[in-house]
Design a binder for this molecule. Structure first.
Ligand code: B1H
Length: 837
């Protein structure tokens, strides 16, 4: 039976061949014309490209509804035992929906055929119409989207809960070599993928004070008299699994005024104040914070977090009650995963809902909260750890502050019993940092309130246990798990690299996209097959031509498709060391100006990525890349063998063309700093070789593909720490390495900045005097490793063999594997088989 989300029983299932559901070309063609007419009010002869995109999107969405409704029923109906996952994340970087939906529903060809029947021959131009929802900064938000794809594909019922930002991550333009930020108006032409659930709304209180009272049973209780209330409205986007009956949902909350008019103000004639209130409420879901680090002390950021967490938990309780289950079984029906600390206020909010709103005893509420929550840590960087100044926290969430004090009191008392007299330990574990101005430590709240804590790659989890959360590891080692990140092969191979996908299917059958872990390795024997190598090379060459076309269109730079495509795409950050890559480029430039370049392997070095608007050094690195690129590209000799490109506005959509075109993947972070990385996996799946440090998931990728098929360089995490402890002096490296000095001096000289010697001075200074990220320590090893890359590339057959092996051996980096591990180790959830519905 199919039930609606409102709990009412629905009419019997609609026939599969209905014009709104049929998956064949006939039904789709009819539906296109009908939707164009009924939803957009257009006849085919008047339809614009965007009209066609919109009616195609609606037509595809229609085709998900039956599975969507049925999946939802499995978590709303009484008599179902299925435990569901609530993935709580401040970011979901889904990327465009259309192409992915066609892949997952298996209707790509039917849609192409239907389009040609209605006179539209160019599916790719319609795919291009879609404005991507940029509701995330980078890896963390994209991981959440990959996990939603895998949850659905594995038939695990799940809801992704987050924020429907009106403005996502900014669009990046490059002017005079500098990054310029433009607002992302992704909703400008409407969003055909979402369904607004005007009836699913929750009130969220903010500010004010608390007050004790005695309830009817004479129990001493607390109530929260808030200063204001905002309303969250649910916007649902279906998430179809890959060729399975499950279609999950992404439920994003939009903030609205609790009352669209403040009638009291209106009645006393203060119409403008009434409207102001409305605007203030809507501000909460207005814009994504564009930093890949927390915004220190920003009240709005905390309000965003609390807003979406409160709506989500209230919704989860509503759904449980709808299923006819008692509240004390909450944890048997929900596993809530906290994607970093951004949703960690969930620990206190669930306690508040259970204790204050539903009158549950503290101990029982605490047991439920801990059993429900799991916490994923994504970074060890000190500056990326969320801490809220207590006064700010108290002002916005006075009741939660009390609850957290009580959680802390009980937690520390328990520690006192187990470790008598260790006051230092208590201070280090406390949820409150008492040093300086008092702060709330959100990673501690998440750790105490969860039954499981995980890092995102083996090395990262080890470091997490040894450093950031070592005390928590000491007092509760059983809570710790590793779940190495993964990426969905549906988007990152099938959709982005259709030709490679077709080749793989021709050779090993079509099961690999649903079982990458076990199937992809069947490619291995083909690595030495000459004919297969030729086909592999031809596809890579095609993909490089496509990217070359895109680069010409976006930057005007003409690149040589036969050159080695050496690519570094990721957020700009000093620890990711894009400027180490630049130091190598300047070194190469110096060398090529001196000696004949004839012997050099031609390279195109491509950068892409956004810098946080307030991160000055990251923006300066973008300027440096563009300045060095300009000098190299206009040098008549050097540009014969070397071109450098900064591809503006790197996002999910652009990235579809980037990963498949790479020969070399740059993963060169300072060891110990990149928690996992996920771009490293996308590149390898598409046959790029990696040049990288022993950091994040690189370690596991290298083990998987074979050490001989990976270009390793640089210090290990342990060596970095040791060197730091021994008083690292970058200047002595600068003094003793002539090539390095020449490169740095050329940057200082003003050569790349029209004689302006001041422009890059702060960057050069930081390298020579502090070099927090150890570029100079790794410089020589990197340059030499790049020489090994060039040599290896000169033997195309050997390179192709390594490329095939890289792809064939990275099956375990599918997000399906990651999600299976979360299900088994952390969530204790099982797939629902279709006939259980
Ligand atoms: C990652 C973040 C992050 N780690 C704060 N931490 C943010 C922190 O808006 N904020 O405040 C946003 C993002 N993002 C990344 O997560 C890691 O750097 C990558 O190494 C990792 O692959 C990715 C997914 O686990």
């Amino acid at each position: 039976a199919i039930a609606s989300d409102s709990g009412a029983s629905a009419p019997s299932p609609i026939a599969l061949t209905n014009v709104r559901t049929g998956l064949g070309a006939d039904a789709i063609a009819t539906a296109l014309i009908e939707n164009l007419y009924c939803l957009l009010g257009k006849l085919p002869q008047h339809a614009t490209r965007n009209d066609w995109y919109m009616c195609l999107a609606y037509t595809v969405r229609d085709r998900m509804m039956e599975r969507y409704v049925a999946t939802l029923a499995s978590i709303t109906e009484t008599n179902t035992a299925a435990k569901a996952v609530a993935y709580l994340s401040a970011e979901f970087l889904t990327g465009p929906h259309l192409g992915n939906s066609l892949v997952n529903l298996g209707i790509w060809q039917a849609v192409e055929e239907a389009l040609s029947r209605v006179g539209q021959d160019d599916l790719s131009s319609l795919l291009d119409q879609e404005e991507e929802p940029g509701l995330g900064n980078g890896g963390l938000g994209r991981l959440a989207a990959c996990y939603m794809d895998s949850l659905a594909t594995l038939n695990v019922p799940a809801i992704g809960y987050g924020i429907r930002y009106e403005f996502g991550i900014f669009d990046q333009a490059i002017r005079d070599g500098w990054q310029v930020e433009l607002t992302d108006k992704w909703l400008r032409f409407g969003n055909p993928w979402e369904i607004v659930r005007s009836e699913i709304t929750f009130d969220v209180k903010l500010g004010g004070r608390t007050e004790p009272y005695y309830d009817e049973a004479g129990r001493y209780r607390m109530r929260w008299l808030s200063e204001k209330v905002v309303k969250g409205v649910a916007y649902d986007t279906p998430v179809p699994g890959y060729r399975v009956p499950t279609t999950n949902l992404l439920r994003l909350w939009k903030a609205e005024a609790a009352e669209s008019f403040d009638f009291e103000a209106f009645n006393v004639g203060d119409y403008y104040r009434a409207v102001d209130e409305k605007i203030a409420s809507e501000t909460i879901s207005k814009v994504l914070y564009p930093n890949d680090e927390p915004e220190a002390g920003k009240q709005l950021r905390l309000a965003q977090q609390y807003f979406f967490v409160s709506c989500s938990l209230q919704d989860m309780i509503r759904l449980l009650i709808m299923r006819g289950k008692p509240l004390d079984e909450f944890h048997s029906y929900w596993a809530a995963q906290l994607n970093d600390t951004h949703p960690s206020i969930a620990v206190a909010e669930l306690m508040r809902l259970l204790v204050d709103e539903h009158a549950m005893e503290w101990d029982q509420a605490w047991a439920i909260t801990q059993q429900t929550c799991g916490y994923t840590n994504h970074t060890l960087l000190a500056e990326a750890l969320e801490r809220w100044p207590l006064p700010l926290f108290a002002r916005l969430l006075p009741r939660h502050l009390e609850i957290i004090y009580e959680i802390n009191r009980r937690f520390l008392n328990d520690i006192r019993l187990r470790y008598p007299g260790d006051d230092q330990l208590l201070q280090r574990l406390s949820l409150i940092d008492e040093a300086g101005g008092k702060h709330m430590r959100m990673a501690h709240l998440a750790s105490v309130g969860s039954h499981a804590i995980n890092g995102v790659a083996a090395l990262h989890t080890e470091l997490l246990k040894q450093t950031l959360l070592s005390d928590f590891h000491r007092v509760a080692p059983e809570k710790f798990f590793n779940v190495t990140n993964g990426v969905t092969p549906r988007r990152w191979i099938a959709l982005s690299n259709p030709n490679l996908s077709a080749l793989i299917t021709r050779k090993i059958g079509d099961r690999w996209l649903a079982d990458l872990e076990h199937e992809l390795e069947h490619l291995e024997p083909l690595a030495i097959d000459g004919d297969f190598q030729k086909e592999w090379q031809a596809i890579k060459a095609d993909n490089k031509r496509v990217l070359a076309g895109l680069i010409k269109e976006r930057t005007g730079i003409i690149i040589e498709p036969h050159s080695l495509f050496d690519i570094q795409v990721k957020r700009l950050h000093e620890y990711k060391r894009q400027h180490l890559n630049v130091l190598y480029l300047v070194t190469l430039f110096n060398k090529l100006r001196r000696v004949s370049s004839a012997a050099e392997i031609p390279r195109t070095v491509i950068f892409g990525g956004k810098a946080a608007p307030g991160y000055r050094m990251a923006k300066l690195i973008i300027k440096l890349i563009n300045s060095v690129a300009a000098a190299i590209n206009q040098d008549p000799v050097v540009s014969q063998v070397l071109k450098v490109v900064f591809l503006p506005d790197f996002n999910v959509k652009t990235s579809h063309h980037v990963y498949p075109a790479a020969d070399l993947s740059e993963q060169i972070s300072t060891a110990g700093k990149e928690a996992s990385g996920t771009g490293n996996m996308k590149f390898a799946m598409n046959g790029a070789l990696t040049i990288g440090t022993l950091d994040g998931a690189n370690v596991e990728i290298r083990d998987a593909v074979g050490h001989e098929n990976f270009f390793l360089f640089g210090l290990t995490a342990a060596e970095v720490e040791r060197l730091k402890a021994e008083a690292y002096t970058p200047r002595s490296i600068y003094d003793s390495n002539a090539e390095l000095r020449e490169a740095i001096d050329l940057i200082s000289s003003g050569f790349f900045s029209n004689g302006d010697r001041g422009l890059f001075q702060s960057l050069v200074e930081s390298l020579i005097t502090r070099d927090d990220y150890m570029l100079l320590a790794d410089y020589q090893a990197y340059v030499e490793c790049q020489q090994r890359v060039s040599q290896a590339y000169s033997d195309q057959n050997a390179w192709t063999r390594m490329s095939i092996l890289n792809c064939a051996r990275v099956g375990r980096f599918s997000s399906d594997r990651s999600i299976r591990e979360y299900c088994r180790d952390i969530w204790n959830v099982r797939p629902i088989v279709p006939d259980e519905r």
